[in-house]
Design a protein around this ligand. Sequence first.
Ligand code: PLP
Length: 378
Amino acid sequence: MLYFDHAATTPVLPEAADAAYRVMTRDFGNPSSLHTLGKEAAKEVEANRSIVARALGCQPGELYFTSCGTEGDNWAVSLAVHLGRHKGKHIITTAVEHAAVLEPCRHLERQGYQVDYLTPDHTGHIPAEAVEAALRDDTVLVSMMLVNNETGAVQPVAEVSRLLKRKKSAALLHTDAVQGFLKLDFTPKSLGADLLTLSAHKIGGMKGSGALFIRNGLRAEPMLRGGGQEKGLRSGTEATPQIAAFAAAADYGFANREAHIAQITALKAYTLEALQAKVPGLVVVSPGDAPHICAVSLPGRPSQVVVRYLSDKGICLSAGSACHRGKASHVYGAMNLSKAVRDGMLRISFGPSNTREEADALTDALLAATRELVAAGR
Ligand code: PLP
C-alpha cells in the first residue's frame, strides 16, 4: 500500500501508540481523582500540555485540549463572536477554509451575522489586501487558515495580523493551523494569532484529539460546561490516551522537524518534476507552498475514477479533502479553474515515510491510468 494522503490523516507514530497504550492500560487514572493514580494522570496531562506548547511555541496555559480540529475551529469562531458581541456582527473568512470554519460561519449568518468569504486567485492564494478591503469597524473576527488542506497554499496570516494592528481593528484573528503545525516555522506570536487550531491526527497522533490556542488575556467562554476540566473552559474527563499520543507525536515531530521538512520538500519537487515529464496532459495546479501538499489535474479525466483506479493498484491519494466524500471541492470550485481541470483534480500529500521509489510507482500508475482510462473511454 502506497500512501500519499497525509493531509487526510497520518499513521499513528509508534511513539504515540506506545504512549496511548501505556495510558490506557497502566496509567489510566482520571485526572480529577484524588488518589495517586488520578494525581499522576493529572500531572501527565500537564506535562503533555507543556510538550505540545513547546512544539507550537506558546505558554502551556494558552493551550486547551479538544476532541478534534473541528471542535477547535468551532470553538474559536463562537468564542470570537461572543467576545465581540457588543462591537459588531461582521466576520471575514475565506472561501477555502475547512468546513469546520465555514459551517459555523454559515450558522452565524442565519442568526444575523454578515460574513465575507474572500475568494482566492487561481493558485489558491488570498492577499492580505483583500482582508483590508473587507475590514469594517464592526468586524469581530478574521478567520484565515495558515495552510490550505487541498492546495498547500500558505495564506498571509502574519501580514493580516499586522494589518489589523495598523487599522486598530478590534477583530480577533483566528487561524486554522491544522495543516501547518510542524510543517512550517511559526508560533502563534509570530503569526499574531489570538486563536489557533491544531489537530493531532495530522502529525502522527490519534484521531479524535486536538487543541485550541487561546492567547493569554482573552476572557474565554467555555466550549463545554460541566465538571470544570481545562480551567473550566472545556469540561469532560480529559482524553488522556489521545493527549499522551498527541504529545508524543508533537515531541517527535518537533525534534525531527527540519529533517522531515527537507525530506518531504525534496520528494514533492521530485514527484512533480517526474509527473510533468512523464504523464501527458497533467497540469500542476498548485505546487503547494507547504512542504507536504500539492494539487495536480488530469483535465477531462474524472478524479473519482482516477482515485478508484489508483486505489485498486494499492495507491491512496485523494480527489480533494477527504471530508468531501465525493462531493465537488469548494476549494477547487473557488479557484476559477476550467471545468475540465476542476473535474480532474488530485491532491497528493506526503509524509516522512514516503520514498522516491514510491513516488516513481505513483508516476507510473498515473501514466498507466491515463492510457487505460482513455482506452476504456473514461
Ligand atoms: N482544518 C483543516 C485545515 C483540516 O485539514 C482538517 C482535517 O481534515 C480539520 C480542520 C479538521 O480536523 P479534525 O479532523 O481533527 O476534526
